[in-house]
Design a protein around this ligand. Sequence first.
Ligand code: ADP
Ligand code: MG
Length: 386
Amino acid sequence: MKSRPAAVEITSIFQARFPGEPRAFRAPGRVNIIGEHTDNYDGYVFPIAVSMATTAAAAPRRDRTIRVWSENMQELATLPLDRLERREHWSDYVAGVAAMLEAEGIRLPGADVCIVSDVPIGGGLSSSAALEVSTAMAFLSLADHSLDGVALAKLGRRAENEFVGMNCGIMDQFVAVHAERGKGLLLDCRTLDYELVPLPAEEAAIVVCNTMVKHELGASEYNARRADTLAGTDLLKAIYPEVRALRDVSYEMFEAAASQLPEPIRQRCRHVITENQRVLNGITALKEGRLEVFGDLMNASHESLRSDYEVSCEELDIMVEAARGLPGVLGARMTGGGFGGCTVNLVRPGQVPVFQEEIARRYHKATGLKPDVHITEPMDGAREIT
Ligand code: ADP
Ligand code: MG
């Protein structure tokens, strides 16, 4: 685990490039513990913020120009505030945040900005939301303006949806803003009501294992799943007029109507409906201190994603299988969109060193690939660092 850049460190990186005294804002990456492929159907998710984070340090300029240096990309980008446009470049995330703030009527001064991150980029831990939230907070401070947490999360999402052109949900930005150390964040994606639920680090570590593969079929399969579940929602609406989204369908309602849903629509809907219930059952188990039950629900989530929603892949299944045979593992599942990316594992803290070594060895033996393994605990959401 790399240590996060302290204020002095980011200030010295900033001052190697730019004049002035910057203010620095740090936003974490995230991993979803349970509640996968539910957010688009008004459902529930339960992510945590991870220990890796992105820091944006910024100082004002007198003109209407943003100059942004990414220490990760080792590149400087110049963005004119009066002509912000998408360039298919990493700086689009920063330009998008600036454009959305200005669209909200918040006039920004020019700025020199320095970005430093230890969130793996494109590694499924949402470096994009960490970048959006940290830069949004930096710009807001320069404009002497503030937004509440929900507005800040929505703004980051809009930057990604409307400016970058990536159709992500609200979960990543929401948890980057609202997370708290030692807690997971139960989010109702319909109402944006949320609850912070203790997930004590003394009892379980969160270990994220990257399969190091990303299969290309992801995007087209994603759209196919969405078409199936929306078709299923329409069929269920015809039976239950009160249904607006799959989140309104209980398992009992689903069972009574299942014979009227053709395959694969039936199994796609079953995943979403049972996954929502697993999130709620998982929260109950956590509150009762029954971590084993929570782990079993994570395992069941993986099975449902594998066989009903069909978004797993061989590498994810190998990683999950390898984890389940190891001592101290409470639960293991794929996390994120699927077809590659990461697994998330709940592991008894004393067994983490063995887990880390063995999972890498087993996965490498089966696939020839060396996985990245990140150990974390639930961390705080975005804030200024001083
Ligand atoms: P993820 O969010 O899972 O890490 P995404 O593809 O959503 O993956 O976002 C990754 C993109 O975000 C990168 O390709 C880059 O454009 C941008 N990005 C994230 N972090 C940084 C950074 N520290 N510096 C520059 N660009 C970044
Ligand atoms: Mg992302």
